[in-house]
Unconditional design. Structure first.
Length: 178
C-alpha cells in the first residue's frame, strides 16, 4: 500500500514590502511521503515570495517533469517555473527553454557544494537562484502545525515569520539573477 501525503492548511497574512503586495493566503499543501518538513516549508515560503494570482503548487515530487510551483497564463503559456532544492543543470537548462522566468530556491545543508559544482554552467542560463540557510529552514519547520495561522513580512532580503509557536527571520542570498 502506497503512503499518502500529509495535508497542511496555512492561513497567511502576507506583507511583501519589496513589491507592495499584500494578501491573505489560504494554502492547502500536501507533503509528499518522501518530502521533509523543511522542503515543504521552503515551498510555502517560495509561494509567499512569488505570490500572484495565477501561482499554483504543482504535483511536485509526484511529477518529475513539473516544477514545485508555476505560473501559467490564461492561454497556458508557462510564465514562471520555480524549483526547490538543488536541481541538476540539465533540469534548469530545460526549464529556461520552457518558461519565461525560472527561479531556484536552494536551502539544503549541501547547497554550498551544489552551487560550487554547478555555478559556472548555471551562470550561462537565464535563471535566478536564491540560497537559504539550512538552520533557518529547520527553525521554520519546527513551528509546523497541521492547521497554522501565521504572518509573513518580506522586506529586503529577509522574511519575518510569526506563528503561534514562535517567530523567526529567514534571510537569503541571491546567488544569481537572470
Amino acid at each position: 500500500m502506497a503512503l499518502k501525503p500529509t495535508i497542511y492548511k496555512f492561513n497567511i497574512a502576507l506583507s511583501d514590502l519589496n513589491r507592495n503586495y499584500y494578501d491573505s493566503l489560504n494554502l492547502t499543501v500536501a507533503q509528499h511521503p518522501s518530502e521533509n518538513t523543511e522542503r515543504m516549508m521552503m515551498r510555502v515560503l517560495a509561494f509567499c515570495l512569488n505570490a500572484q494570482e495565477q501561482l499554483t503548487f504543482t504535483k511536485g515530487l509526484s511529477a518529475i517533469e513539473e516544477p514545485d510551483l508555476w505560473v501559467r497564463s490564461l492561454d497556458d503559456q508557462l510564465l514562471l517555473w520555480i524549483d526547490i532544492g538543488e536541481p541538476a543543470f540539465e533540469r534548469v537548462k530545460k526549464s529556461t527553454r520552457q518558461a519565461q522566468a525560472v527561479k531556484v530556491y536552494t536551502f539544503n545543508n549541501k547547497s554550498d557544494i551544489w552551487w560550487e559544482q554547478n555555478k559556472n554552467k548555471l551562470q550561462t542560463l537565464n535563471a535566478t537562484i536564491y540560497q537559504f540557510a539550512w538552520k533557518d529552514m529547520q527553525t521554520l519547520a519546527s513551528f509546523i502545525e497541521r492547521g497554522m495561522d501565521c504572518s509573513v513580512t518580506i522586506t529586503g532580503d529577509s522574511a519575518y515569520i510569526a506563528t503561534a509557536s514562535g517567530e523567526c527571520e529567514i534571510p537569503w542570498t541571491v546567488l544569481q539573477t537572470s
